[in-house]
Design a protein. Sequence first.
Length: 248
Amino acid sequence: MKRFIHYAVLSAVLSTATILPSFWAQVAAKSAPILVSQNVNFKPPDVTAPDNRQGATHRGPCPENLDIIPLIPRSNKGLTVAESPTFFAYVSDPAIPVKFTLQTIEDADAKEVYTTTFKVDKPGIVGVSIPIAGASKKSLEVGKEYRWSFAGICNPDDPADASGHYLVSGLVSRIEVPSNLQSNLANPDPMARAIAYANNGIWYDTISSLAAMRRQAPDNSELTAQWQQLLKSQGLDSIAAQPLLEPL
């Protein structure tokens, strides 16, 4: 009986010794710090669009201190390889409802792809992610151009009244993943992927990647510096240090 207990204990110890390295490897992988060894230098593609980044003139009952500033390149047009990208904007007034809209612009009639209305908890930068449409339909089609907008609804009694909105808008196009980018996106290092997106001028995926890393490591000063440098490179100095809020 003692021999049986001895073997049972020895078996359990050996089993634990086999399992623990695998377990701790998984823990280490989940908690591994993000290494910032290179700068995220965004190289904008040769695209232009009407500039409406800083918003329309305050109209109707909009408060004078309301600012809605989208995080987009100087060209006011950005690229993505994602079917369901995320769009970011700084919102200064938590009291004002903001309506986000994404619609097609190449069809005979503009078709709404996605819309949502939200409020921020405090002034800061918020991200709106487009839901995945499903297997039979893509949220964003490759090769198509779309218009997005953030509209502060300053007349809640008549939200359909556009004259009471503070509006900013821009353009986005979804492209195929460039051949030179495909191998980079297989890299498990999120910073390497962000750098690859930036080098290829793919704005929305660059900033989404950095935002995800900042949420994972909010106290990482190097990530914060990379984020601020990216925004300043596109003339967004005024909001570069604003807090990154929880995504919608």
